[in-house]
Design a protein around this ligand. Structure first.
Ligand code: CTP
Length: 398
């Protein structure tokens, strides 16, 4: 047990942060964060050794990650004074190291800690009224410089608020408005902003959080083209429905849910604006490609299919072949036409899995020599199958 290991090394070990918060909220979390009063790396190596787990550590930060055979992980940090730098204005002098560790965190609700040492096992540490704020369903920062230290916390405030159905406290709200007015975001790298935005777009229902970001003028402060009107909100709600529908299919292949929302947010943006926004967010090339060219390709498809509602399956197949799931879900989200939605869902559910029953070797057996003709014939058979002109193997061979 981690507490015994820590005690033998004469350290104190605490479970902290999201894990403890989620216990109070009766939600489950996979991540476990442990803070060691002492040398977290020494603890992690010893504990991993005993548990036959792997350990990676980062000397510079005094942190380690322990990975168990079943794939689960524990993050370990060292609560040691030399790892903290606080603005001089903050009253940090008299704090114990665990208290300091918790003091540098974003919101009160994330400052709960539970001791693991055998002599104090299960002792709940609550220096900053986290339990009260959880009860009152309030997101509060610990001190007024929190967003100066780290402006990405503004996105986190909105994310937690919407995820838990909490409300951002009055003072904290004031600090957010001030931070937006003072353009704290300008000095944030696109990489960090994008990381936060992406986490919001990956939430179960990101729409209320997006509306809240818009309310704080956070989106336009990232890029002036990110204005959210009623039509965008309606499209985002539709996206949520489409994404939920797709998730219920339990398709094994991963896809980028956040990308579908991002494409919907970018709908109608001119190419230059899209490029500017991608620059601001420092999107990596493959994501950029999808948000820009991929979105335009999807718009072209939408335009075409709206004018050709009665198309044959084989035509639909040819048009959608090679499309990414994100592009198809985007089209389903932005169209009002049930016919278009039905076409795409038919492709996703059935058409894309259709293949001829016969193989190359069957063609060989009926005396056709191997060559480029094979794929030509098999393609024709596939199209005939899609259009339900053939049913059995014999039909195909004919
Ligand atoms: N943290 C912070 N400032 C940030 C990011 C994180 O103070 N910009 C702190 C938070 O207090 C949090 C801890 O670091 O408890 C771990 O961060 P993370 O794993 O991102 O937070 P979780 O609360 O576990 O969030 P999630 O449930 O989304 O994973």
């Amino acid at each position: 047990n981690a507490g015994n290991t820590a005690a033998e090394l004469e350290y104190s070990a605490y479970v902290v942060g999201g894990f403890v918060r989620d216990l109070f909220l009766s939600r489950s979390t996979e991540d476990v964060d442990i803070v060691i009063e002492g040398d977290g790396i020494a603890f992690a190596r010893e504990f991993a050794g005993r548990m036959k787990a792997r350990v990676h550590y980062y000397k510079k930060f005094g942190t380690a990650v322990i990975t168990f055979a079943d794939g689960s992980k524990i993050d370990v940090a060292s609560a040691r004074l030399e790892y903290y730098q606080f603005p001089a204005a903050l009253p940090t002098v008299e704090m114990s190291s665990i208290k300091l560790d918790l003091f540098r965190r974003d919101f009160t609700i994330n400052t709960l800690a539970v001791c693991l040492n055998p002599d104090k096992f299960g002792l709940l540490v609550d220096f900053f009224s986290a339990q009260r704020d959880i009860k009152e369903k309030t997101i509060r920062v610990l001190h007024s410089l929190s967003f100066v230290e780290d402006p990405t916390r503004i996105f986190r405030a909105v994310r937690f608020e919407q995820r838990f159905g909490f409300t951002i406290g009055k003072m904290t709200e004031g600090l957010i408005k001030n931070a937006v007015k003072m353009e704290f975001f300008r000095r944030l790298s696109g990489h960090r902003v994008f990381g936060e935005l992406r986490q919001i777009l990956e939430e179960d229902d990101p729409v209320p959080a997006i509306e809240r970001l818009a309310e704080f003028n956070l989106l336009v402060s990232l890029h002036e083209a990110l204005k959210i009107d009623k039509k965008t909100v309606a499209a985002l709600h539709a996206t949520r429905e489409v994404v939920s529908w797709y998730d219920l299919l339990f398709v094994d292949k991963p896809y980028m849910k956040w990308m579908v929302y991002l494409m919907v947010l970018m709908r109608g943006m001119a190419q230059q604006t899209t490029e500017d926004l991608c620059d601001r967010l420092e999107l990596p090339p493959r994501h950029r490609e999808m948000a820009d060219a991929g979105r335009r390709e999807a718009d072209t498809f939408l335009h075409w299919i709206q004018r050709n509602p009665g198309i044959k399956n084989s035509e639909l197949y040819q048009r959608l072949f090679g499309f990414r799931v994100e592009q198809m879900l985007y089209v389903m989200s932005v169209t009002d036409s049930d016919t278009v939605k039905k076409h795409i869902s038919r492709y996703i559910l059935t058409l894309q899995h259709v293949a001829p029953l016969i193989k190359g070797k069957d063609l060989n057996e009926i005396g056709i020599a191997p060559g480029p003709l094979y794929s030509e014939i098999l393609r024709k058979i596939l199209y005939a199958r899609l259009d339900e002109k053939v049913r059995t193997r014999e039909d195909e061979l004919e």
